[in-house]
Design a protein around this ligand. Structure first.
Ligand SMILES: [Zn+2]
Length: 113
């Protein structure tokens, strides 16, 4: 259940941003959670909703984008799609992969009033 800890750091980030903009309330929060990030989007959304109660972001709509995983394959010399960590290259079956996308969690946009 590390989503609870993530939700509270996300909330902190959102509130810091909102205060810097002199916001009265947060309307909408857009986060990207890569499919390789080991974060369960629904669990994060629930944790965020309960953590934000009574704060500037208490009424905020949370939109979650899920960018797909990708990795650099040394054998193909190219970026290939990666469904989950530990998978071999879907193109050549090789195992020399370095994840280069889809493992991030970040705040993409914030709409405030
Ligand atoms: Zn490959």
């Amino acid at each position: 259940m590390h989503e609870v800890a993530l939700a509270s750091s996300l909330l902190q980030l959102v509130l810091d941003n909102a205060r810097q903009q002199g916001a009265r309330s947060v309307r909408r929060v857009v986060v990207a959670i890569g499919t390789l990030s080991h974060v369960e989007p629904r669990a994060l959304a629930q944790a965020f909703t309960s953590a934000s109660m009574g704060t500037l972001a208490g009424e905020a709509e949370l939109a979650i984008e899920e960018p797909p995983g990708s990795a650099w394959c040394f054998d193909c010399g190219d970026t290939v799609p990666l469904a989950k960590l530990g998978d071999d290259c879907p193109r050549c079956g090789g195992g020399k992969l370095v994840v280069n996308g889809g493992d991030e969690m970040r705040l993409k946009a914030l709409e405030v009033l």
